[in-house]
Design a protein around this ligand. Structure first.
Ligand code: SF4
Length: 266
């Protein structure tokens, strides 16, 4: 019999993403400077004031890169929506992540470490928006490998079919679903996950998956906010994976709007 064992995963490392962002910002500023400096002499031949005008434009661009990085760090550090958090999520997801993945690869960092940091940064930005969403507009998406492989009950269509034997993480998740009256779906792949999202039209998704799938899901779903919770894989990828229900409970408690206090199932 497989017994459920949750190990303490290393806490997501936002700091790594912030460090990579800093390095990327410095590189961008250096490129901007070189883009101004190299043709500078040639510009003067076109018009004597042109080097100054282009210089000012380059300074504004550099300032925007530095200010943006600072704002992002401050937002995640304080957990508050200071300015343009939604826009910053767009910048991080669509533009910064590919550049940061490239910088990370150049300095020999592991892909999953970068993705863990990205997921932690994304979660901070979503939570800092301090949204309060009704339970029926929040969707919890689970990968099918979270169910014990030799369980005879198939919970893919309806998680509430689980008999609650406690041999896998599904039991705790059913309890959370009942506590918050929330919709929990098990998806057998990215295509089905997208279909569930289209059908249920949630305002926020809380997804459990590995680093790769969460990163892809967060990117694909934008502008829909996604909170990513990493699964644990003591038996290798995609097989009898686990998730700490307390992490889901904690994340939900920060975004859910409850008319009445959540009920703990008996
Ligand atoms: S907790 Fe539910 S889904 Fe998991 S093994 Fe037991 S009955 Fe099956």
């Amino acid at each position: 019999m497989t017994t459920q064992k949750i190990t303490d995963a290393a806490p997501p490392r936002k700091r790594l993403f912030v460090t990579l962002m800093g390095i990327t910002c410095l590189m961008v500023v250096a490129v901007i400077f070189l883009a101004w400096w190299i043709p500078n002499r040639g510009l003067a031949n076109i018009h004597p004031n042109l080097p100054h005008i282009v210089g000012i434009i380059m300074m504004v661009l550099s300032g925007a890169a530095i200010l943006g990085t600072g704002l992002l760090v401050l937002t995640t550090a304080l957990g508050k929506d200071i300015f343009f958090t939604r826009f910053m999520r767009l910048v991080v997801i669509k533009f910064l992540l590919p550049v940061i993945e490239m910088v990370g690869r150049l300095i020999g960092l592991n892909k999953d470490s970068i993705r863990q940091s990205f997921i932690a940064m994304n979660n901070s930005l979503v939570i800092s928006q301090r949204m309060k969403i009704k339970p029926d507009r929040i969707l919890v998406l689970l990968p099918h490998c979270i169910q014990l492989s030799d369980c005879e009950i198939k919970v893919t269509g309806d998680i509430n079919k689980c008999s609650g034997c406690g041999r896998c993480s599904i039991k705790g998740l059913v309890e959370i679903g009942r506590k918050y009256h929330i919709d929990i779906s098990v998806a057998t792949g990215g295509t089905l996950a997208r279909k569930v999202i289209v059908e249920k039209r949630p305002k926020l998704v809380l997804a459990v998956a590995c680093e790769r799938d969460l990163t892809a899901g967060i990117k694909d779903c934008y502008p829909l906010p996604v909170i990513g919770i990493l699964n644990e894989r003591p038996f290798g990828p995609c097989f009898n994976t686990l998730v700490d229900a307390a992490k889901i409970d904690e994340a939900l408690s920060q975004v859910i709007l409850l008319d009445e206090p959540a009920t703990t199932p008996v």
